[in-house]
Design a protein around this ligand. Structure first.
Ligand SMILES: CC(C)(COP(=O)(O)OP(=O)(O)OC[C@H]1O[C@@H](n2cnc3c(N)ncnc32)[C@H](O)[C@@H]1OP(=O)(O)O)[C@@H](O)C(=O)NCCC(=O)NCCS
Length: 153
């Protein structure tokens, strides 16, 4: 890992590059307005990871009354399988522990094998399923959401 690949908290000034990464790499991009609100929200943390001054990954976690929720994690296609998401997730878990959250929650498409492997490897367990929660990516059937959590307390 080079020193430029440290995880850092993103700030409102980082909106342009965060938005560019979402548009380029996310299957369901957050809008610039949603990202602006997240960067300004005191109960939200957005972490980013850069390669040669270019943002290649981010993760967004929200503080809830007793728990925290991972709402997004994304790595640029060319930067995948280099441990970026693992490092972002570690920062998110550290933040949730700093908030004294009892659990870190998330929802994931049941067919997103890549993300499921990431979460299982980090110790998340499956709590349930929401049938037909996500719209179909291509014309066809809606997709289930898996509800997962990592105990922190
Ligand atoms: C999911 C995603 C964030 C993973 O990012 P990444 O930086 O490539 O992940 P890492 O390199 O940190 O991988 C960590 C672990 O996740 C698992 N993993 C990641 N990509 C995988 C793949 N293509 N196939 C199988 N396992 C995979 C592995 O267990 C991996 O550990 P290993 O490389 O030691 O085997 C990335 O693929 C992505 O941005 N996908 C699109 C957005 C998305 O689906 N986000 C999740 C929405 S809930």
């Amino acid at each position: 890992m080079s020193p430029t690949e440290a995880v850092r908290r993103l700030a409102p000034d980082d909106l342009a590059m965060l938005s560019a990464l979402e548009q380029a790499a996310s299957p369901a991009p957050w809008s610039p307005g949603q990202l602006r609100a997240a960067l300004a929200d005191p109960d939200t943390r957005v972490f980013g990871i850069e390669q040669e001054a270019c943002l290649v990954g981010h993760a967004l976690v929200v503080r809830l009354p007793f728990e925290a929720e991972l709402q997004a994690i994304l790595v640029d296609r060319e930067a995948r399988r280099q441990g970026m998401a693992g490092r972002l997730l570690a920062a998110v878990i550290e933040q949730a522990r700093a908030w004294n959250s009892e659990r870190l929650l998330l929802e994931v498409r049941a067919g997103n094998e890549t993300a499921l492997a990431l979460y299982r490897r980090a110790g998340f367990g499956e709590d349930g399923r929401r049938h037909g929660y996500y719209p179909a990516r291509v014309a066809g059937r809606r997709e289930d959401a898996l509800l997962m959590s990592l105990p922190l307390a």
